[in-house]
Design a protein around this ligand. Structure first.
Ligand code: SAM
Length: 355
């Protein structure tokens, strides 16, 4: 078992995930080595967001980091293609939480503006405090708003964003579970993204950065984006372990036709070497832009679905050679890496002795 070590800035390594070792342990079959980058390679992007930066409820570092990757790419494209005489990029971030993704972009471009919306007033207050921390409060506004409300459409039309970001809740919600308004994502996990794409077809930003996962009908997101007139330009993927305690969500996921999980012992052991994982799945984030070859959407959606299906049957090797006709970057984040990411973000705090 790999020893836990402290996070070293600028010293993240490419980790070789040895299928051979895992296969020997579980089945004795030598299938050769498998090499995937650790998602910790990208962790430095989150380095400015350590205390006193604050996070809001439902924060998950790997999710947010992946959305940062897609958003930085969408921002670059918005900037390149901008016809704004002032060179100002107006960013709208729906379901903004702590505001981290939008704030990251403002820190990289001193002209840009951010409007962050979240249904949770506490998240908006935290995000406002975070903007003050970086002294960008004159360029970043946060408002309490439900993406389903009519006033949100009006707010977005008036703001007229060039780039729209959304990293919403996207884990499918079993019908008999009453999740909080801020957490539930509908029976197939796409509720927020479907609503976001409805808003997008009215607001028409130039570029989009959206997050979803292999549990939440991955091809549906791409097809609906195409119907709204947006094509996927690049895809960012991370294989991670489930974070469930009871097992009930897995039972529900198994009943869904378009939820892709891998339960093979070698994949699960590689990604959750502490024995805590039930299955592995893929976090995804995409960079989309308006009117760019949206006609190829069916092919793109099928390719993404095929990747997820291959991951479900073959595990991590599907990511090594993703067989896609568009740019895709994939990583893996095992349990230890998840922990390192959290340690980095939470910073060193005084230990409290209990008892
Ligand atoms: C997974 S968190 C992501 C936060 C942030 N985007 C990030 O990457 O750190 C999802 C956020 O969506 C917000 N949310 C959930 N339902 C919403 C809705 N109907 N309208 C607006 N925000 C919502 C939650 O309050 C939460 O802050």
């Amino acid at each position: 078992m790999r020893r836990l070590h402290s996070f070293q800035p600028h010293k993240c390594k490419t980790r070789a995930f040895s299928r051979k070792k895992v296969d020997e342990q579980f089945s004795g079959t030598d299938t050769g080595g498998l090499f995937l980058q650790s998602f910790l390679e990208e962790a430095d992007r989150l380095r400015p967001f350590v205390p006193p930066f604050r996070f809001s409820a439902f924060f998950s570092p790997e999710d947010t980091l992946l959305c940062v990757c897609a958003s930085e790419s969408a921002f670059r494209r918005a900037k390149e293609e901008s016809t704004e005489p002032t060179d100002v990029i107006r960013i709208a971030e729906l379901t903004t939480g702590s505001g981290l993704v939008g704030i990251d972009l403002l820190l990289k471009d001193e002209k840009s503006r951010l409007l962050g919306l979240d249904v949770d007033q506490r998240a908006c207050d935290i995000a406002t405090g975070n903007a003050k921390l970086f002294k960008i409060e004159r360029r970043a506004w946060f408002e309490c708003a439900d993406i389903w409300s009519d006033s949100t459409i009006a707010t977005l039309i008036a703001y007229d964003p060039n780039l729209l970001i959304c990293n919403p809740p996207y884990v499918p919600e079993p019908g008999d579970q009453n999740l909080a308004l801020e957490a539930g994502a509908g029976p197939d996990g796409t509720a927020h993204l479907m609503r976001t794409l409805e808003l997008v077809s009215t607001v028409r930003p130039q570029t989009l950065a959206l997050s979803w996962c292999s549990l939440s009908d991955p091809a549906k997101v791409i097809r609906r984006a195409a119907e709204a007139g947006y094509a996927l330009n690049s895809l960012f993927v991370v294989a991670i372990a489930d974070g469930e305690y009871s097992g009930s969500v897995r039972d529900y996921l198994r009943t869904l036709p378009c939820a892709y999980i891998n339960e093979n012992s070698d994949t699960v052991a590689t990604i959750g070497p502490d024995g805590s994982a039930r299955f592995a799945y893929l976090l995804m984030a995409g960079e989309f832009s308006r009117g760019m070859d949206a006609g190829n959407a069916a092919e793109t959606a099928n390719a993404v679905e095929h990747l997820c299906a291959r991951f479900a049957s073959d595990g991590l090797s599907a990511l090594e050679h993703p067989e896609l006709s568009f740019p895709a970057t994939s990583w893996v984040l095992d349990r230890w890496d998840e922990l390192e990411l959290r340690v980095m973000l939470h910073g060193r705090t005084k230990m409290t002795r209990i008892g």
